[in-house]
Design a protein around this ligand. Structure first.
Ligand SMILES: [Zn+2]
Length: 1023
């Protein structure tokens, strides 16, 4: 929450492959002796080394002799290897120069003279993660892959991109900002600001939570400016400033390289040394920035936008901030993490109860939490959704509760629960462990924290346990850093004309720029616009880029051995594998027979199970028990099409949790308490829950608007997609906002609906279970599972999983050429266009998947992003829902996008598709299919969607076999022939081309004031 990264949105899903757990644990530790401090290795000197037995890791910290580049290597027997190169990039102003540099370094380098090598490499690699991110004072470029050739290919591309980028003027104008005619080919059209980062940051400014966070950051940390860029300042940046910023900062002397996994350290060093030795050392930028001094309390109040999906009377956001000592003291860091978590996390914490349950605000403010990414620990706590008169009440309450915590002290059992959580977190084997380590280390590493100190774990915990025996140990920390200490208060007040003012400012800025142009300048703008367009259309020679080949894709799918049996008549799936002493349990409860009018309530129902408590126990007490004995319990709604029929769907409730092997019975007891005893009539908690679900919606839409647009567009294609839209799309957003708008008298009615769902859900006959555990506990787990099942009510209704739901199917009629527009308070647009494909087991599915990938990479990316100026755009094909989709993300020009999509089928049929194009698409598809998976996800594709390893192998073979003619056939059959039938959705800014007379259905998302669209919403209290 408090570290801010701006990710390029590359979608490389993590799923579908298990980590190879049979290996050589601790083998890497044998190498320890080789790396004693002072050892010279390939131009590097070992500075420090640390064995971390609790994670079976060895960490080696080195420095490059010639340039002083730092290197941290973490050896672990994990094949998901990670590489990252990072540079300190303190922003000199708010022009976004670090962010624009991050983009432009990826526009071609000396060795690899191609635009956007990251995107190009996505098709030449099997990496499961590739990205570049700008944080507040550093920029880093990480990737993860299991393939050694791939690793060395990508490492070379990353190093060349960062150290030797071309940084051409056209790269700057394309990615940063430029003045250009709306239609670059037509000089009579208006001049306007364009640029990828410019539009990306305009999009960010639509997100009021982001805006609160960034304005807070600018106020408390003015020395760091805004690394992402304030659109109003981006247009001040010059090309020369960008080049200079690169020369000073992107240099080995200013670099920190991180490597993780089971590849050899020496090979890494040898390669890096070759690269780095070409550089003469320069001054290392150790300039660490500090936040403003707080000798006495300060307060800053700024204006912000009105959140149209939130109560107009509760639009204030406010927080208090404390400085809690230096971050280079890792032990203090641990104590503060525990202390601040006890104060704010969960139902039993004083601040949660006093701020959120009390209804002073809807949820914590976006800056809330402990931030240790700068030289000072910064702790903030605050609220959004506050009324004007309650701002000072919020401040007083925070102070009072901290004083109360100090006076009353903390219960040891809650501290123990925290330590237990930490222990389970350590044991839980996740697929992206190396990346998580990287994210944890980099911020401190750039702020004078020794990287090996950040990896301390067991020794810190032991020291903490010792200190905890001292009377009032935690309370003394509270006293030292909180009581009577100065605070920084930050409040954002709503301003009706905030958005209009931004637009007016932009207009004024634009006019000032235009007025300063001479005739010669104007001619130049026109010509450089054409030049950029021409560059974008140039066919590129990609042969310089390294690549994997199709033979590098394994022919066989990784198989997950599963066993199945019945426990007290309930089907149980067993995944028996080494799990570090943990057991994972997941239940799937079929809701196939649930009446349709209850569907919209399902997300609320799932949340209610872990938020309301029972008749006899408060949620605070239950949550403490959950934290003490489990790694957490969660509930969710699962909907999917059948692998053999996209018209039919499965709908279910999932409940999952994990625990140490010894605590499985307790985990199951808690699961059944939540399932059977939740008190849906706890109106106060229900009110809090609904408000919380409703309040974040606008920001989630701003963040993932293309997903919502696709949800709307697909909802009229199949019954399954329609149900998904009800459960997680704009329909759900409207539904929850509407529940939130009703007064308290509605709560008993809502409770009644939830109780009704419970009567369908909680019987044995609709349940199946999945258990993942080690072989040593199978027997004891079987007994625990049996006891759990025997405690559930006996079957009342016979229901079968996967049956067609006749009632729903007759209620749903698919539509074609349907167009829906949602007017949302954003400055940019999100578009979605959807049509029908085939079921998972249909032979055309593989060709459709390759086609979608090919369209994105060979056509749509350049048309929608590079030429159209949208932040992202492309096509995707969902193999299980059978929906073919086109989308754009933060799109300033959706008309261009729609026109491009209109012609997409013809393009595919006529374009000269090569074998190389096919290989690229397949590599990129298999990145997702073969990405390592966490132990708890193994076997879940089968459990949740009914797709087994044989079906996956058939699909794999089909994908590998797809030929050029298959792709062309799929394009003409599924895109050309049905081009006029696609359904379209647009979220964003009104435009004259979007009107009812043009066939658009205009929908409103707001529920306050006069803009309620009752017709589109399931009316909650019918019948
Ligand atoms: Zn960006």
């Amino acid at each position: 929450m408090s570290s801010l990264l701006r990710a390029r949105h590359l979608s490389v899903p993590l799923k579908l492959r298990r980590l190879n757990t049979i290996g050589r644990p601790f083998a890497t530790l044998a190498e320890e002796g080789q790396y004693a401090p002072g050892t010279k290795l390939h131009g590097y000197t070992v500075k420090d080394i640390k064995k971390i037995p609790e994670f079976e890791m060895l960490a080696v910290h080195l420095q490059h002799d010639k340039t002083n580049a730092e290197h941290l290597h973490i050896a672990k027997d994990d094949k998901n290897n990670v590489f990252s190169i990072a540079f300190k990039t303190n922003p000199p102003d708010a022009s976004g120069v670090p962010h624009i540099l991050e983009h432009t370094t990826l526009c071609g380098s000396e060795k690899y003279q191609v635009r956007d090598p990251f995107f190009k490499m996505l098709n030449r690699s099997l990496a499961n993660f590739m990205n570049a991110m700008t944080a507040s004072d550093y920029t880093f470029y990480p990737f993860a892959t299991t393939n050694q050739i791939d690793y060395s290919n990508l490492r070379d591309v990353y190093l060349d991109a960062t150290l030797h980028p071309l940084l051409r003027k056209t790269d700057f104008t394309q990615e940063g900002w430029r003045l250009e005619h709306e239609d670059p080919k037509d000089p009579s059209t208006h001049l306007t600001f364009k640029g990828v980062v410019y539009n990306e940051m305009k999009g960010q400014m639509s997100d009021s939570s982001y805006l609160y966070y960034i304005k807070f950051q600018e106020s408390i940390y003015p020395s760091l400016n805004n690394s992402g860029g304030d659109p109003a300042k981006i247009t001040d940046l010059t090309y020369e400033q960008l080049r200079n910023f690169h020369a000073v900062n992107y240099h080995p002397s200013n670099a920190k390289v991180f490597t993780y996994g089971n590849f050899s350290l020496e090979e890494h060093l040898k390669h890096l040394n070759e690269r780095f030795s070409a550089f003469a050392p320069i001054h290392n930028n150790k300039d660490v920035k500090y936040p403003i001094e707080l000798k006495e309390s300060k307060e800053v109040v700024l204006k912000g936008p009105v959140d149209l999906l939130t109560d107009p009377n509760r639009q204030y956001k406010t927080s208090l901030t404390w400085y809690l000592g230096p971050t280079n003291d890792s032990y203090l860091g641990l104590c503060l993490r525990i202390l601040t978590s006890l104060l704010t996390d969960g139902h039993s914490s004083l601040l949660y109860q006093a701020l959120i349950e009390s209804d002073l605000g809807t949820e914590y403010s976006s800056n809330s939490g402990l931030s240790s990414g700068s030289p000072v620990n910064i702790f903030s706590v605050g609220l959004q959704g506050v009324s004007e008169s309650n701002v000072s009440v919020v401040h007083d309450t925070i102070h009072d509760k901290i004083r109360q915590a100090y006076n009353e002290g903390f219960e040891i059992s809650r501290v123990e629960a925290f330590l237990h959580q930490a222990e389970l977190y350590r044991k839980n084997k996740v697929a992206n462990f190396g990346l998580n380590l990287l994210y944890g280390i980099v911020p401190g590493w750039f702020n004078q924290v020794a990287p090996l100190d950040i990896l301390e774990w067991d020794s810190l915990i032991s020291r903490f346990r010792e200190d905890l025996k001292k009377p009032r140990f935690l309370e003394s920390i509270l006293e030292k850093y909180f009581l009577g200490k100065p605070t920084f208060a930050f409040t954002m007040i709503p301003s009706e004309d905030y958005g209009q003012n931004l637009l007016a400012d932009e207009e004024a800025r634009l006019n000032a720029k235009i007025n300063s142009l001479t005739e010669a300048d104007k001619k130049n703008v026109y010509e450089t616009g054409l030049e950029l367009l021409q560059k974008q259309e140039e066919k590129e020679d990609l042969s310089s880029l390294p690549t994997l080949r199709d033979k590098d894709i394994p022919l066989e799918t990784d198989r997950t051995e599963l066993e199945h049996n019945l426990q007290s008549d309930v089907p149980v799936q067993w995944r028996i594998t080494p799990t570090n002493g943990l057991t994972y349990v997941r239940g799937l409860i079929s809701l196939q027979d649930l009446p349709q009018n209850l569907h919209p309530y399902l997300p609320l129902f799932a949340e209610a199970l872990t938020n309301l408590g029972t008749e006899t126990e408060s949620m605070a007490s239950l949550e403490d028990q959950i934290k003490k004995s489990t790694g957490g319990i969660s509930a969710g709604i699962q909907v999917n099409s059948l692998p053999s029929d996209i018209e039919s769907w499965n709908l279910g409730l999932t409940m999952s949790g994990f625990s140490l092997n010894k605590d499985v019975s307790e985990l199951l007891r808690l699961l059944s308490v939540l399932l059977l005893q939740t008190n849906f009539h706890n109106y106060e908690k229900l009110r809090t829950l609904i408000r919380g679900m409703s309040s974040g919606a606008a920001n989630v839409i701003a963040e993932s608007g293309h997903i919502y647009a696709l949800g709307v567009a697909s909802s009229s294609v199949t019954a399954s997609a329609h149900l998904s839209e009800t459960l997680s799309g704009m329909e759900q957003v409207k539904f929850i906002a509407q529940l939130d708008a009703y007064d308290d008298a509605s709560l008993p009615l809502i409770s009644q609906k939830l109780a009704e769902i419970a009567s369908y859900a909680f019987t044995r006959s609709v349940l199946k279970l999945a258990v993942t555990c080690g072989t040593e506990v199978v027997q004891s787990n079987e007994i625990a599972i049996s006891n759990f099942i025997n405690g559930l009510p006996n079957p009342v209704l016979e229901r079968t999983l996967g049956a067609k739901n006749g009632a729903e199917l007759t209620a749903f009629t698919s539509k074609v050429a349907d167009k829906t527009f949602y007017n949302l308070p954003f400055q940019v647009n999100y578009a979605g266009v959807c049509s029908r494909g085939v079921a998972y087991d249909h032979k055309d599915g593989a060709a459709l998947q390759v086609l979608a990938n090919l369209l994105t990479n060979k056509y749509l990316h350049s048309e929608i992003r590079e030429k159209g100026g949208a932040y992202g755009g492309g096509a995707s094909y969902n193999a299980t829902s059978g929906i073919f989709s086109f989308y754009s993300y933060r799109d300033p020009n959706p008309r261009n996008t729609f026109a491009t999509i209109d012609g997409v089928g013809e393009w595919a049929v006529q374009h000269n598709i090569t074998d190389r194009d096919l290989v690229e698409s397949k590599l990129s598809i298999f990145q997702g299919i073969d990405a390592p998976t966490s132990v708890q996800s193994e076997g879940m594709i089968y459990f949740l969607q009914g797709i087994d390893d044989d079906a996956r192998q058939v699909r794999r073979q089909q994908l590998l076999n797809v030929g050029i003619s298959d792709v062309k056939d799929a394009a003409s059959k599924y895109l050309v022939a049905t081009a006029h039938q696609r359904n379209t959705a647009l979220l964003g800014v009104p435009d004259e081309s979007v009107s009812e007379s043009n066939g658009w259905r205009i929908a409103e998302a707001g529920v306050f004031g006069s803009t309620v669209d009752q017709t589109g919403v399931q009316i909650p209290f019918e019948g």
